[in-house]
Write a protein that binds this ligand. Structure first.
Ligand code: CP3
Length: 350
């Protein structure tokens, strides 16, 4: 217990310890809804500058920490950040998201991909995570994150975000062996990247399989789940004590399948009632979520009611309070502040 009792709240809850109140953080808690971020964006107009110049990325990561003291501080970066280190050039376009200049669609291109060497190609990660650890000490938990193989492959093959995922689904359903090679390469590199983030100070790591919910359950089992598991299993070989969280966007039909991924904690989105998620997964599962990010447009009373409803349904063990997905760009900052204050005073309220 000695070590655990000084560990920060979110880490303790993520390990399955009983805590006084659910820890709370938000996905995309650093970003456009914050004036401090928008101001900094004028000085550093490119997303890659903001996320790859250590001093800037540290400042952005700490903006929500300074404003709201969340229980988790997440590295400011993007899921596509490791791609150039594998030989896939990319940029992140404002309002659009990742753009891959030469989409990966042929055997030759897949053969040419390199295994990620995080120390060499992502030299900014270590100073960023070290600075975050030093800044928050044991008052908060430092979170790392990565994209899952299917979601990264979707960007690499499509070349950008998509509504239909026609190009990667075409590959999946006509040439599954080719796609398997790409997904396997991503799994190897992403596992190394997770380990590197942990070695640099990440205490919990979340994997985003944002586009796996676009697959039918039977195809999720072929093209997403096995590669999620490859990453988690590989990380657990060397870093068994770091809690790993899995997020799949639009996962209502996939919860039970996500539970077989090897993750320790599952993110629940708001299309599933938290009580139903508990019933479906069993009480021994640790869960994160799951307010609709749009709730933060409501009144303070409304926000408080929804927090209380979620926390009561999640119960008093194994819950990390969060939105079901990222905070929306035009969300009022004072409502984010109210959300955190209310959540952090829960032991008084419930
Ligand atoms: O949570 C955090 O505070 C950490 C920051 C973070 C970013 N991207 C910064 C970012 C995280 C965790 C991500 C992950 C990410 N990136 C995901 C998985 C999460 C999810 O949404 O399911 C995905 C799919 C991406 C790809 C991506 N990057 C998209 C679709 C976009 C555009 C979003 C939009 O609405 O314009 C980005 C760009 C991006 N990444 C922004 C931020 C804050 C916005 C661009 C900007 O600030 O200039």
């Amino acid at each position: 217990m000695g070590v655990s009792s000084t560990a920060p709240l979110l880490l303790r809850a993520a390990r399955g310890e009983k805590v006084d109140r659910p820890p709370v953080w938000m996905m995309r808690q650093a970003g456009r809804y914050m004036k401090a971020y928008r101001d900094l964006r004028e000085k550093y107009p490119s997303f890659r500058q903001r996320s790859e110049i250590p001093e800037v990325a540290i400042e952005v990561s700490l903006q929500p920490w300074k404003a709201f003291q969340p229980d988790g501080v997440i590295l400011f970066s993007d899921i596509v950040t490791p791609l150039p280190g594998m030989g896939i050039d990319m940029d992140v376009a404002e309002g659009k998201g990742p753009i891959i200049n030469a989409p990966i669609r042929t055997q030759e291109q897949i053969d040419q991909l390199r295994t990620l060497e995080p120390d060499e190609s992502l030299p900014f990660i270590k100073p960023i995570l070290q600075a975050l650890s030093q800044e928050v000490g044991n008052k908060s938990t430092v979170l790392g994150f990565v994209g899952a193989p299917w979601t990264l492959a979707a960007y690499a093959v499509e070349g950008k975000g998509s509504k239909t995922y026609s190009i990667i689904k075409n590959m999946a359903f006509t040439n599954p062996k080719l796609l398997d090679q790409l997904l396997t390469k991503f799994a190897e590199s992403i596992a190394k990247y997770v380990c590197h983030q942990i070695d640099c100070g990440a205490q919990v790591v979340q994997m985003f399989d944002s586009w796996a919910g676009e697959l039918s359950p039977q195809d999720y089992e072929i093209f997403a789940a096995p590669y999620q598991k490859m990453v988690f299993d590989k990380v657990k070989e060397t870093h068994p004590d770091t809690p790993l969280i899995l997020l799949v966007t639009g996962s209502a039909g996939l919860l039970e399948r996500m539970a077989k991924s090897g993750a320790d904690i599952l993110t629940i989105d708001w299309t599933v009632d938290m009580a139903d998620a508990r019933t479906r997964l069993g009480k021994q599962w640790k869960v994160q979520g799951n307010l609709d990010p749009g709730v933060l447009f409501g009144s303070q009373e409304f926000i408080r009611d929804r927090i209380l409803d979620t926390v009561r349904k999640a119960g008093d063990w194994g819950h990390i309070l969060n939105l079901g997905h990222g905070v929306l760009p035009t969300t009022p900052e004072e409502n984010v502040k109210f959300f955190f204050e209310t959540a952090k005073n829960l032991n008084v309220l419930v």
